[in-house]
Design a protein around this ligand. Sequence first.
Ligand SMILES: C[S@@+](CC[C@H](N)C(=O)[O-])C[C@H]1O[C@@H](n2cnc3c(N)ncnc32)[C@H](O)[C@@H]1O
Length: 216
Amino acid sequence: MLERMDDFFSARVNGYDEHMRDTIEGSDEFYDYTASLLPKKEGAVVLDLGCGTGLELEAYFAVNPSASVTGIDLTQAMLDTLKEKFLGKDLKLICGSYFDEPFGESAFDAAVSVESLHHFTKEEKIPLYTKLCASLKDGGYFILTDYFSKSEDEEKFFRQRLGEIKKEEGLGDDEFYHYDTPLTVEHEKEALLAAGFKSVEVLKNWDATYTLKAER
Ligand SMILES: C[S@@+](CC[C@H](N)C(=O)[O-])C[C@H]1O[C@@H](n2cnc3c(N)ncnc32)[C@H](O)[C@@H]1O
């Protein structure tokens, strides 16, 4: 049975950090690596898409304690856990979908997203990334650490399977359901470039998890 995205994460918030750290290949490195790419200047303004319980922010505040971070997440329970970890930090938390929330114009030095965007199609991502690109300052950039399909066949398989399951369960397209449908790295790059980012670089990978940098 598919679970609504926020129900899925609410039900798993206890033990979520341990699960990510203990079972996701490369997680002992990719949170620190992702954080190391974010701006180190005093008061840097950063947007986090799908911040969850804040694993990447824990690593980021360790290198830049004075950063000002806006975190958006669909799941209130994840944000509640995050909030408890970072008392006294300059944090603005928004419970909502990054597809719907306004990001503003030229507002952020950088944006980041870790292990959140692998549920969406290229067509869904282009308008999101267009909004994201416009929200970055001149010279701003987006660091994406997420997992990807190894081939177009794999990408198609998961997307098709999701469609079949939704049909079997009589579910519509008006809700987000938790089912992983990662794009290939190539399709992710195409979405970012189509959205107006001037360059996209693949920086590193740990098995299927890659870190990409897209420059405004
Ligand atoms: C696997 S967790 C990753 C959390 C955190 N970035 C990390 O790496 O630990 C995915 C998060 O993305 C959030 N999410 C999924 N779809 C979303 C959407 N459309 N808008 C905002 N958050 C979303 C979920 O609620 C969940 O907290």
